[in-house]
Design a protein around this ligand. Sequence first.
Ligand code: OXD
Length: 315
Amino acid sequence: MKILFYSKGDNAAQWVECLARHLPDAEVIVWQPGMTEVRADFALAWAPPADFFAGQQFKAVFALGAGVDALLRLPHIADLLGATPLIRLNDAGMAAQMAEYVHHHLTHIARGFQQFSTQQRTATWKKRGPIKPQEWPVGVMGLGDMGAAVARALVAANFPVAAWTRQRRDAALHMPGVTAFAGSADWQSFLRRTRVLVCVLPLTEDTRDIINANALAELMPNAVLINVARGAHVVDNDLITALDSGRLIHAVLDVFREEPLPASHPFWAHPNITVTPHIAALTLVEDSVEQIATKIRAMTRGEAVEGVVDLARGY
Ligand code: OXD
C-alpha cells in the first residue's frame, strides 16, 4: 500500500516514523512539488496545493485536522476528488485541548486574573469577590466533537451553557445541562441569553462573517468572544468597534483571516484582545495516525468509517 503525505509547515519525519509503526506494510512518500506519477492508494494531507491531486486516484484522502475549509477552497476540488472520500479527524486528542483552552480563558477573564497581573506590577494587594458562574452564560456555536467537549467542560464547571447549531441536532437536544438552539429562527434568542460567545463552528459559506456587528449587538452586556474556529467567522472591524464601545469587554482569538496574523494588525495591540497563534487544539501525531490507520484498515475490509466530509455541506 502506498501513502502520499503532505503537511504544510510540519515535520514530515515525525509523521513518517509514526505511520511506519502503525502501518508497517505501507510505503510512505512525502509529496514534493512536481511529483505527479506516484499512484498512491491513500493521501494524508494538511493544506496541500491543488497539484497534490494531479494524476492521483486515491481510495481516500485524510485531512490532518478537524476543519477542512482550506482543502475545500482549492480550485476544482470536487473534480479533483471525484468519488474519493475526504475524511477528517474526529477528535484525535483535539477536543480535550479545545475544552481546556476555552475553560482556561473563561476562568481567566471571569476571575479577573488580568487585573491581578496589572496589580502585581505596582505591588497592589486588592481582592475581588468570588466568581458566580451564573453571571457568565456561555453560548457555544457548533456542536461537533470540539463544541460538545467545550460544552461538557463548562457544564461541569457550573456555567449556564447553551449550544447553537445550524440544523437541529439530536446531540444538542440530549446533552445534559445544555440548552439547545438551532437555525436562524433561534439565532437571536441564543445570542440574547449569551454573555460568553464561543465559536467552534466549521467555516462554510453559511457561517463566514457570522460574528458581525448585528450578532455582537445582541449579546448580553459586558460580553466576551472566544474564537477557536476560523478567523473568517468574525468581521474584524465589527469586533474592534464592539470592544471599543464597551459592548464587549474582551475577545480571545486563536484564529485569524490571515495566519500568521500580520504584525501590523490592530488585534495585536488591542488592550482587550488576547491573541494566541492557532494553538487551541494542536493535531497530535500519534493519536491522529492511530485513528487514520484504524480507518484505513476498516476501509480495506470494506467497512464504513466516521468523519467522511459532505462536500456540499462543507464539513
Ligand atoms: C483543525 C485546526 O482544523 O487545527 O484541526 O484548525
